[in-house]
Design a protein around this ligand. Structure first.
Ligand code: ADP
Ligand code: 5GP
Length: 225
């Protein structure tokens, strides 16, 4: 049987990679799709682990050859999910996590409507800014214009949350990881009633208090989206 496809999107710096790593520690049978990108490796990133790092020419050749399930240009670089990632997960008999931006997510939702989509929000713009700064300092690349661009982009992306089945606020990592774990188990039909309740509270349309508070902190009201 084909595994479940989980689409995870979040504004850059929300803690999506941290959260995905934590959930993969808590739940077995979850493969991570390693995307192709034309951006340069950051910090300790390794080719083939976080991304397949490639050139624009090679990426464009892959687009022309129809090798991508989806692709998009994000912050001036190409990013894409190769069809091969799906085949690999299928062969392994595992579920697959796609960490992709909102443009790519919409393409996959249209192509594969049974995919389970999850949007991760930072709790507030102040926290997002702090996380972006901490990360760039840790990587030795403090660039104000990049941080500003990512904060502005976050507001645009947050307006897309209603296209996603679930929305999680990554405030305390443990709590967000438990919620994502509950969503995975519920999607598999393996959840206890308590885990099922937890997942149900994360349904985007349920508009949890935390979700409303995070949206309001970005100046986004329900009427706007
Ligand atoms: P993304 O993958 O969304 O771009 P990262 O996972 O790289 O984000 O996280 C950005 C920064 O925020 C990192 O320095 C990470 O350690 C930190 N971070 C992630 N989640 C949390 C959390 N729940 N609480 C505090 N800091 C966090
Ligand atoms: P970063 O450069 O911070 O790793 O990622 C920047 C953005 O690109 C994030 O929003 C991330 O989700 C997105 N991204 C990573 N891989 C892919 C992909 O394969 N396809 C698409 N559409 N977006 C991706």
């Amino acid at each position: 049987m084909a595994g479940i496809l989980f689409i995870i999107s979040a504004p850059s710096g929300s803690g999506k990679s941290t959260l995905v790593n934590e959930v993969r520690r808590l739940v077995s049978g979850l493969d991570f799709s390693v995307s192709y990108t034309t951006r340069k490796p950051r910090g300790s990133e390794e080719d083939g682990r976080e991304y397949h790092f490639t050139t624009r020419e090679q990426f464009e050749r892959m687009i022309d050859a129809g090798e991508f399930l989806e692709w998009a240009e994000v912050f001036g670089n190409y990013y894409g999910t190769a069809m091969a990632a799906l085949d690999l997960a299928h062969d392994h008999g595992t579920d697959l996590l796609l960490d992709i931006d909102v443009q790519g997510a919409l393409q996959v939702m249209e192509e594969l409507p049974e995919a389970v989509s999850i949007f991760i929000l930072p709790p507030s713009p102040e926290v997002l800014e702090r996380r972006l700064r901490n990360r760039s300092q840790a990587e030795g690349v403090a660039n104000e214009s990049i941080i500003e661009a990512r904060l502005a982009e976050a507001r645009t992306e947050l307006r897309m949350i209603d296209d996603y089945r679930y929305a999680l606020v990554n405030d305390a990592l443990d709590q967000a990881a438990s919620e994502m774990r509950a969503i995975v188990l519920t999607s598999r039909g393996d959840a206890t009633p308590a885990e099922g309740d937890l997942a149900a509270r994360c349904v985007t349309g349920a508009r949890s208090v935390r979700l409303e508070a995070a949206l309001a902190s970005f100046g986004i009201s329900a009427a706007e989206i």
